[in-house]
Design a binder for this molecule. Structure first.
Ligand SMILES: [Cu+2]
Length: 356
């Protein structure tokens, strides 16, 4: 596999009625790999579980079996509540998250609230909790009043099981309301949440076994879909919160001929915004960015520009390409990153008015 190939992962369609430009054929010609055909739908976030009256009271059922992936039923997954992608949790600072975790799986699991400033004790963000097959655990996580707003995520964190469980579908986004989305320049913008994860089907059409994990064999999903579409008007600025909730893949994320203005990073507003044409995103990484579509109609492609996946590529006895001692790393350069240009304080961000 050529690691420097540019893999399409989503499409930005500019202008009303521009969808025709995003035909499957056109995408295929650009090297998109789609296991079950390109999803023509928008990049929907899926199920959203939102707190009310200071409390998020939900049930997450670890559900081994079949789920709908990119429009088709796929066996061999393990999902929360049968959903792929997992539900997105939306909470506010000061909320309690009362989550009943029911483990219908065959291995021990638990919950970790990645990046959140919450207690690791008791029934909160305690990775030593063990919820065995058939067991139930009641989480009660208190989010501090001064918790920053931004993007976080949840996934199992039982040692040795986290990797296979996340791979099989057990990870989802958490949005803590506030942060950059409350800035006057951002508040009125259209928002999208993009959950990036890898996955793929085995020879029998079911979800590939974790032991086959290799960047060679994986597809890149955005909100559980292959090559979904986001619409944006020419000149419009949108706020995207992007999280890598996969298990191994590093992304170098690029948007053709466009730049990202970073306003949030890892669940916190940045002190100084900056612009880049490449977002480097290891597993767990989150960015909140402003994207302004250039004038004129057409489509813009969000791509995995390619990243030397190093040892992750070589696990489980798979033949290694880049990163293997047998192969010169010079053949597999890390993607060049453009120098960071600071844009300045939030009062210099593009405004909703200027983008109309
Ligand atoms: Cu984590």
């Amino acid at each position: 596999m050529n690691l420097s190939r540019r893999q399409l992962i989503a499409v930005l369609a500019g202008g009303a009625g521009a969808f025709a430009a995003t035909s499957t054929g056109a995408l295929g010609a650009l090297g998109a790999r789609a296991l079950q055909g390109t999803q023509e739908g928008p990049a929907s976030i899926g199920e959203v579980l939102r707190s009310a009256n200071g409390e998020l009271r939900v049930q997450l059922v670890v559900n081994p079996g079949t789920a709908i992936v990119n429009g088709s039923a796929v066996a061999g997954l393990s999902t929360y509540n049968g959903e792929f992608p997992a539900p997105t949790l939306v909470v506010r600072p000061g909320d309690r998250m009362r989550i009943r975790l029911i483990n219908n799986g065959s291995t021990i699991t638990n919950l970790h609230f990645h990046g959140m400033h919450v207690s690791p004790r008791g029934h909160q963000d305690n990775v030593f909790i063990e919820v065995g097959p058939g067991q139930v655990h009641e989480y009660d996580v208190k989010i501090p009043q001064d918790h920053p707003g931004g993007l976080f995520w949840y996934h199992p964190h039982h040692h040795t099981e986290s990797g296979p469980q996340v791979w099989s579908g057990l990870s989802g986004l958490i949005i803590v309301e506030g942060g950059a989305s409350l800035l006057p320049q951002v508040r009125e913008l259209r928002k999208h949440s993009l959950a990036l994860r890898e996955g793929g089907l085995g020879p029998d059409g079911s979800w590939a076994d974790y032991t086959t994990l290799s960047t060679d064999a994986t597809e890149l999903y955005v909100n559980g879909m292959l090559n979904p579409r986001i619409t944006i008007r020419p000149g419009e600025t949108q706020f995207w919160q992007i999280g890598n909730i996969g298990v191994a893949t590093y992304y170098a994320l690029g948007l053709d001929n466009h730049e990202f203005t970073v306003v949030e990073e890892d669940g916190a507003m940045v002190w100084r915004t900056w612009q880049t044409d490449t977002l480097i995103m290891p597993p767990g990484k989150r960015y909140g960015v402003l994207v302004t579509a250039r004038r004129g109609r057409g489509t813009v492609r969000l791509r995995q520009l390619g990243y030397n996946q190093g040892k992750a590529q070589c696990q489980h006895g798979h033949s290694c390409a880049c990163g293997s001692p047998a192969i010169k790393t010079a053949q597999c350069p890390y993607p060049p990153t453009s120098p960071i240009r600071q844009v300045g304080s939030p009062d210099r961000l593009p405004t909703a008015e200027s983008s109309r």
